[in-house]
Design a protein around this ligand. Structure first.
Ligand code: ZN
Length: 249
């Protein structure tokens, strides 16, 4: 298993990941006064704040469009094309947990607070993807379904670069015994009578088995690096970090 630490640089608003493609921007927004998720807002005032935060992010990155979905821990993946992009931009409540596009000047994003953001980048042509994968999404194999969608474009597994973003890592992702009936034993570790699950290892090994060679992980845990990232498990039920990827125009 070839999972090495991904490099990133920290800016005021976000962490920007290094990729092999200088025309592709990807990263995650930092915890702070900005909010990026529509589906955790409850008032019009909060929704305005999200809109303004998104506009600022686009401006900082030099992009014009941002597409996100209403995430439900599903395996639903949406392909964003020039025919449908305006449906998605005008309605951020379309349900799904994975996005793929070949379009330039479009940031696609998923919001997380402990779940695993997975970024897909084609090294050979313009195709990018992003998935929101908690244990439920991983259990329904959203990461492998993303790979199947990329094959249709077509992007070969060996031409993909995968970056696994910050999430609640095995250091502190305590789970109940019932999850041991779902995932193989090798992904769990026991410490002081507690059970911890390594979600990124499942994602990485599954993708590796299907021929993906270039997989890296950002060495940050949302629970342990709570100064930088929101953590649902620390009681931050509404704050979200937005992971994003886009091809520069
Ligand atoms: Zn941790």
């Amino acid at each position: 298993m070839n999972l090495y630490p991904a490099e990133f640089i920290e800016t005021k608003l976000f962490l920007k990941y290094k990729t092999r493609r200088p025309d592709i921007f990807c990263g995650i927004t930092k915890k702070g006064s900005l909010s990026y998720s529509f589906h955790t807002t409850t008032t019009e005032e909060e929704r305005e704040k999200v809109k303004n935060s998104r506009a600022l992010l686009l401006e900082k990155l030099g992009f014009n469009n941002l597409v996100t979905l209403k995430q439900t821990h599903s395996d639903i993946i949406k392909l964003i094309t020039k025919e449908n992009i305006f449906d998605y931009i005008s309605n951020p409540y379309i349900v799904g947990d994975g996005l793929i596009t070949k379009l330039k000047d479009v940031l696609i994003g998923v919001s997380t607070a402990d779940c695993v953001p997975v970024i897909f980048i084609s090294k050979t042509h313009n195709a990018i993807g992003i998935a929101h994968a908690g244990w439920r999404g991983i259990n329904c194999k959203i990461h492998l379904k993303m790979l199947e969608e990329f094959k249709k474009l077509p992007t070969k597994p060996e031409d993909l670069e995968i970056i696994i973003g910050p999430h609640n890592r095995v250091c502190s992702y305590e789970v109940g015994r019932e999850l041991m009936e779902i995932f193989p034993e090798k992904y769990f570790s026991l410490k002081d009578n507690k059970i911890f699950l390594n979600l990124e290892a499942i994602v990485a090994e599954d993708l590796s088995e299907k021929g993906v060679k270039n997989i890296s992980s950002i060495n940050l845990c949302s629970f342990c690096n709570n100064d930088l990232l929101y953590s649902y498990r620390r009681g931050e039920e509404r704050g979200r970090n937005l992971s994003f990827v886009g091809i520069q125009a």
